[in-house]
Design a protein around this ligand. Structure first.
Ligand SMILES: Cc1cc2nc3c(=O)[nH]c(=O)nc-3n(C[C@H](O)[C@H](O)[C@H](O)COP(=O)(O)O)c2cc1C
Length: 280
């Protein structure tokens, strides 16, 4: 049992948002009740089709994605997906993003009403009122979003997911702590791109995308280490964890909980291997 932000998790391992959908495909491979938790695919107020393909590209030791938050919308998530997930004995952490603090709060209220265990606030998305730069790159915008969500959360723990695409990640973490966050998760993907030499054009239709997988692990570890020294909040560490050893390094850097993302695309059973390998 692991206590994290007031919730008792059966173990430290969760699945990372966007790498397990709403759990249905993974549930065909193993019993989701073995997991500490599932961070579900990020939802928005309205359904989104996401970006045009190609939306993924391979890179050495990692991958780029520009899915663009494709999702059925928060109402459909609560109505069609949450009942299925609730059939398992694991914690459901709902990842979401909005276009303004007010919209973040509105989505949070719907998720809380729906009965999720924890909120994961994705502040890596564009702040439309600030020219499209991500909320999570600005301490003031990060504070505003966290504060608004916390007010709407009615006591359900609020975990804010930080982007590594900043100069001083500790400053963002401190702003979220001041705004009342209960926990932090980090890191989201690193901005990257690739070019197809046959065409001379970017591989991703969106040109740029988020880099994840083993390639980002040292960056994630450094971020967790820096944030753990800057705030008192508990941390869910993620970014490139691919085996028991990288999981243990992440815990030593200051994380209490872990999330496994891209590594599942090579071996969908890796979260279970990490649970067993970490033991008590
Ligand atoms: C295909 C894909 C989709 C993702 N979608 C989301 C998302 O909806 N919300 C979010 O906060 N993070 C999303 N992420 C980021 C992951 O949750 C995670 O932070 C990142 O991939 C680093 O972890 P990893 O290297 O273990 O994959 C996505 C990542 C991938 C690869």
């Amino acid at each position: 049992m692991v206590s994290f932000a007031g919730i008792n998790f059966k173990n430290r391992v969760t699945l990372a948002s966007g790498t397990c959908g709403f759990g249905r495909e993974i549930a065909e491979l193993y019993d989701l009740s073995r997991l500490g938790g599932i961070c579900t695919k990020g939802v928005t107020l309205l359904p989104r089709l996401g970006n045009l393909p190609p939306r993924v590209a391979e890179t050495p030791a990692g991958m780029l994605n520009s899915v663009g938050l494709q999702n059925p919308g928060v109402e459909a998530f609560v109505r069609d997906e949450l009942p299925f997930l609730r059939g398992f004995d694991t914690k459901i952490i709902a990842n979401f993003s909005g276009e303004s603090p007010e919209e973040f709060a509105k989505i949070a209220a719907i998720l809380v009403e729906g009965g999720v265990d924890m909120l994961e606030v994705n502040i890596s998305c564009p702040n439309l009122h600030a020219g499209g730069t991500a909320f999570g790159t600005d301490p003031v915008a990060s504070f505003e979003v966290t504060y608004a969500v916390k007010e709407a959360a009615k006591g359900v723990p609020v975990m804010v997911k930080l982007t590594p695409n900043v100069t001083d990640i500790a400053a963002i973490a401190v702003a979220c702590e001041k705004a009342g966050a209960d926990a932090l998760s980090l890191i989201n993907t690193l901005l990257g791109m690739r070019i197809d030499l046959k065409t001379g054009k970017p591989i991703l239709a969106n040109v740029t995308g988020g880099l994840s997988g083993p390639a980002v692990f040292p960056v994630a570890l450094r971020c967790v280490w820096q944030v753990a020294r800057a705030v008192k909040l508990p941390i869910m560490g993620l970014g490139g964890i691919s085996d028991v050893d990288t999981a243990r390094e992440m815990l030593l850097a200051g994380a209490t909980m872990l999330s496994i993302g891209t590594a599942q695309f090579r071996n969908p059973l890796i979260p279970l291997e990490i649970i067993d390998g970490l033991g008590e």
